[in-house]
Design a protein. Structure first.
Length: 405
C-alpha cells in the first residue's frame, strides 16, 4: 500500500500512452506494408497458360536468397491446404491500439486536445459523444455508398467519396480544434479502413471457403467486392500517415483554412499511390502525376502562409520590454512549461520546453513567436486565455531582437 501511494501515477499514465502509441505505429507499419505488398503483387500477376485454369496469373519474385512463385486463384482452388494464412490482425491491432490511445489521451481530455473555444462553443460532454458517433456514422455512410449504384462506377464513387470526405473535414475543422479535427479525420478514415477488413473482406473470404468446403461454386462477386475495398484501403494509407505526423507540425492544422490543407494532402496522396499502383501493373506510369501531385502540396504550403495570424501593431509602436514579456509568459505559458508544471495534465514540461529563467525564454524566442503569435497554436486551445494584445506584445519583442533588457 505504501508503494502504491508513492507511485507517480502521471508518469505511469505517460508510459501507458507511449506504449499504446508505439504499438499502434508498429501495427500500422505491418498493415500498410501488407497493403502495399498485396496491391503490388496483384498488379504484377501475369497470365500463364500452363497453370490451372482457375489461376488468373502468377508472379515470380526473389528475396532473401530464394525464389518465389506466387499464384492467384480468382475464386478458390479445388482443395484447401492444411494451413491458410489470414491477413487481418495487422488491421485489427492498428485500430484497437489506436482507438485505445484516442480514448485515453484525447477523449479523456477533450478540453485540452479536442476543443478550442475560438472555433466553437461545444461543451466537452457533448464533443466526445459527437466524435464517437461520427466514426460510426462515417462507416455506415461509406459502406452504403459503395453498395449503392454509385459504387458500380469507380470514377463516380471516387469523386463522390472525395467530396463527402472534404465536407466532413470542413465540418470537423469548424467543430473541434485544428489538432482535434485532423485527429478525428484520421480516426474516421482509419475506422473505415478497418471496417472494410472486418465487415467486408474477411466475411467474404469466409463465405468463399464455406462454399468451397460444401462443394459449391463460390460467388465471384464476393471476391470483387473484397478487392474493391482493399484498393480503397491502399489509396487511403498515405493521408492517414500524414494526419499522424501532422500532430507534430502545428502549422498544418492551426490555420484559418486547415480543412483545405488536409484536402490538398488527400489529392496529392491519391495521385502518388496511383502512380505506384500503375507502375506495378507493368504499364508505363504517367510521370506527369508527380508534378501534378506537387501542385496541391505547394497549394497547402501557400495556404499555410496565408492562414497565419497577423498580430495587432501600430506604426512606430515601442517594442514590449522583457519585463512585460516575462509577465505574459509567467501567466499564460509557465503553468505547463516549467520544470514542475502546475497544470494537472502534465507531469513534465511538454517536449522538455521550460520558461523558468530569462535565458530559457530567450532560447525559445523564435518557437514562442511562431506558436503563440503566427499560428495561435499555443497556449494549447488557449486554455490560459492569452489576449491578442499580449500576442502582439510578444511579436513586437521578438521582431526587436528578443532582448533581455
Amino acid at each position: 500500500m505504501i508503494l502504491l501511494r508513492s507511485l507517480d501515477w502521471a508518469i505511469l499514465l505517460d508510459w501507458a500512452s507511449l506504449l499504446l502509441r508505439w504499438t499502434h505505429v508498429i501495427a500500422g507499419i505491418a498493415w500498410i506494408g501488407s497493403s502495399f505488398y498485396f496491391i503490388a503483387l496483384d498488379a504484377s500477376l501475369r497470365p500463364n497458360a500452363r497453370l490451372d485454369p482457375r489461376v488468373s496469373g502468377d508472379a515470380w519474385q526473389v528475396h532473401g536468397g530464394g525464389f518465389y512463385q506466387i499464384q492467384k486463384y480468382m475464386v478458390a482452388p479445388e482443395f484447401l491446404p492444411g494451413h491458410l494464412t489470414w491477413f487481418k490482425w495487422e488491421a485489427y491491432s492498428t485500430w484497437i491500439f489506436g482507438f485505445a490511445l484516442l480514448v485515453t489521451t484525447y477523449y479523456a481530455n477533450p478540453a485540452l486536445y479536442l476543443l478550442d473555444a475560438s472555433v466553437s462553443s461545444i461543451e466537452p460532454l457533448d464533443a466526445v459523444p459527437l466524435a464517437l458517433f461520427s466514426l460510426v456514422l462515417g462507416w455506415i455512410a461509406y459502406d452504403q455508398l459503395c453498395k449503392s449504384p454509385i459504387g458500380d462506377n469507380t470514377a463516380r464513387l471516387a469523386f463522390t467519396g472525395f467530396a463527402l470526405l472534404t465536407l466532413i473535414t470542413f465540418g470537423f475543422c469548424h467543430i473541434f480544434s485544428g489538432r482535434g479535427a485532423f485527429l478525428q479525420v484520421g480516426a474516421l478514415v482509419g475506422s473505415i479502413m478497418v471496417g472494410n477488413v472486418f465487415f467486408i473482406i474477411m466475411p467474404n473470404q469466409r463465405k468463399t471457403i464455406a462454399e468451397l468446403i460444401a462443394g459449391r461454386e463460390p460467388n465471384p462477386a464476393w471476391g470483387k467486392q473484397a478487392k474493391q475495398r482493399s484498393v480503397h484501403n491502399n489509396y487511403l494509407t498515405l493521408p492517414v500517415v500524414f494526419v499522424m505526423l501532422s500532430n507534430h507540425y502545428s502549422f498544418t492544422y492551426q490555420t484559418r483554412w486547415n480543412w483545405l490543407i488536409l484536402t490538398c494532402i488527400f489529392v496529392s496522396s491519391f495521385m502518388i499511390r496511383h502512380y505506384f499502383n500503375t507502375m506495378h501493373t507493368g504499364a508505363e506510369p504517367d510521370w506527369r502525376l508527380w508534378p501534378a501531385a506537387a501542385v496541391p502540396i505547394a497549394g497547402a504550403a501557400l495556404i499555410t502562409l496565408a492562414g497565419t495570424y497577423a498580430p495587432p501593431s501600430a506604426a512606430g509602436e515601442k517594442p514590449a520590454s522583457f519585463a512585460e514579456i516575462r509577465s505574459i509568459i509567467d501567466q499564460r505559458c509557465h503553468t505547463c512549461h516549467a520544470v514542475h508544471p502546475t497544470f494537472a495534465a502534465f507531469s513534465d514540461p511538454p517536449k522538455g520546453v521550460m520558461f523558468d529563467t530569462p535565458a530559457q525564454i530567450r532560447l525559445y524566442a523564435k518557437p514562442i513567436y511562431e506558436q503563440a503569435v503566427k499560428t495561435h497554436t499555443m497556449p494549447l486551445n488557449n486554455l490560459t486565455e492569452i489576449t491578442d494584445t499580449e500576442r502582439g506584445a510578444i511579436g513586437s519583442w521578438f521582431k526587436a531582437g528578443a532582448k533581455l533588457n
